[in-house]
Design a protein around this ligand. Structure first.
Ligand code: ADP
Ligand code: ASP
Ligand code: MG
Length: 427
């Protein structure tokens, strides 16, 4: 028998009719011969309404009480959903986050999962019930208080349960047919994506695509949980989010479940940096510059534009292969008047050092440690760029090796033994 975790978002359980519809879907899954664990969000706008309500009482609600208040939204929907399933002739038992063994740290409003021990849910399944778990909440062992995991966190509850219970599938039911090429509310012609890698989904979620909670994507990528994002309003196949087995790890007893995984440090000394100063701060200038660069088939990497100056001009810097620098300058100089910039500064060789790993965005401590390591090594930073799985900076090329070593040490990556390099010069 396979075990399926299904998560239903707020819009899927917005009223009594919707709850009955969702119950039907769950019962159908159960009757098809599966064990079913359901994670539910609060009904419709309940979480926002509760926040409003608290705001009418006080401008500064104690965070402990706020979490108790917000966690009640999911309790309502889980109990009602269990009732609806009973009404259809199947049995279901609902559990709060703490009953379901979602153990978090004690940080109210954005608690992170430390451990998941869903014993009661497992017993309930074994006894033939549907297990229903309240989303986005847990309990801290330290403070013994109820915690919540941040807006949209029910997705993360579902993934964490799927990983802990070794579920065969984790389905995220929402109000659109899957993950689209853009928010279908904004771009009517957006297309549904059939399959996407966890890495790409991570970047989308980190950039604001809220159909999946960023932490749920991170968690699924780490523990190898395949996600199926689909609509609870249709029978259509949705979007599969597929983790790469090489990125996944096993759950380790005693290790906190949500923490960054640092893969390694990369460096590159093949690039130069071109800065164009005094660019008029009007629409279209970046387009002119980068169209020219594209015509020259020059690959660029990091791009940074300064904040506008009082002079209504700005500086644009980017990195490019060192050997393309002269050509890029010639092309830009040929259009100096039409672009209207003042001058250019080219450094033919700079160093780029990057820290690579999952879960950086949600752990501000990673950036803090990265920049502290560079400071302690006396290394000045030229440009900075970040993504969900990478922080990169530009340094003086002479200091690059020192930067790599400093970051490697700061993240505890140093081995006790020396690595063997058998031949070559590394050039
Ligand atoms: P739920 O309540 O089910 O958790 P959410 O509101 O959190 O649902 O997420 C679903 C919403 O995400 C959609 O209604 C849609 O407007 C929005 N969204 C934003 N970007 C995308 C995208 N690229 N693909 C699909 N949905 C998107
Ligand atoms: N109810 C919570 C929220 O609205 C959690 C969730 O829906 O995922 O953010
Ligand atoms: Mg959501």
């Amino acid at each position: 028998m396979s075990l399926i975790v299904q998560k239903y978002g707020g819009s899927s359980v917005a009223d009594a009719e919707s709850i009955k519809r969702v119950a039907r879907r769950i019962v159908d899954t159960k009757r098809a011969g599966h064990q079913v664990v359901v994670v539910v969000s609060a009904m419709g706008d309940t979480t926002d309404d509760l926040l409003d309500l608290a705001g009418q009482i006080t401008a500064a609600p104690p965070s402990r009480e706020m979490d108790i208040l917000l966690s009640s939204g999911e309790r309502m929907s889980m109990a009602l959903l269990a009732m609806a399933i009973h009404e259809l002739g199947e049995s279901a038992q609902s559990f709060t986050g703490s009953q379901a063994g979602m153990i978090t740290d004690a940080i109210h409003g954005k608690a992170r999962i430390i451990e998941v021990s869903p014993l009661r849910v497992q017993e309930s399944l074994d006894a033939g019930h549907v297990g229903i778990v309240a989303g986005f909440q847990g309990m801290s062992r330290e403070s013994r208080d109820i915690t919540t995991m941040g807006r949209g966190g029910s997705d993360t509850t579902a993934v964490a349960l799927a990983a802990a219970l070794h579920a065969d599938a984790c389905e995220i039911y929402t109000d659109v047919d899957g993950v689209f090429t853009a928010d279908p509310r904004v771009v009517k012609t957006a297309r549904k994506i059939d399959e996407i890698s966890s890495d790409e989904m991570l970047e989308m979620a980190a950039a604001g695509t809220k159909v999946l909670h960023l932490r749920s994507v991170e968690y699924a990528r780490r523990f190898g949980v395949k996600l199926h994002v689909r609509s609870s309003f249709s029978e259509l196949e949705g979007t599969w989010v597929i983790p790469d087995p090489k990125d996944t790890v096993k759950i380790q007893e005693g290790e906190p479940l949500e923490q960054p995984i640092i893969s390694g440090v990369s460096h590159d000394a093949s690039e130069g940096k071109l800065t164009i100063t005094g660019v008029p701060d009007v629409p279209g200038k970046a387009a002119e510059i980068f169209n020219l660069i594209a015509e020259g088939a020059i690959n660029i990497d990091m791009i940074v534009q300064d904040v506008s100056m009082a002079t209504k001009t700005t500086n644009i810097s980017f990195t490019l292969p060192g050997e393309d620098g002269e050509r890029a300058q010639e092309m830009l100089n040929a259009h100096k008047d039409s672009i209207g910039f003042e001058s250019m500064d080219f450094v033919p060789q700079v160093g780029k050092v990057s820290l690579i790993g999952g879960g950086m965005r949600n752990h501000p401590g990673v950036s803090a440690r990265f920049f502290t390591a560079l400071r302690d090594a006396g290394i000045n930073i030229g440009l900075i760029s970040t993504s969900e799985i990478r922080v990169s900076v530009i340094t003086d090329v002479e200091l690059l090796d020192r930067a790599v070593a400093a970051i490697h040490t700061a993240f505890g990556l140093d081995s006790d033994e020396e690595a063997t390099v058998y031949a070559g010069t590394g050039r």
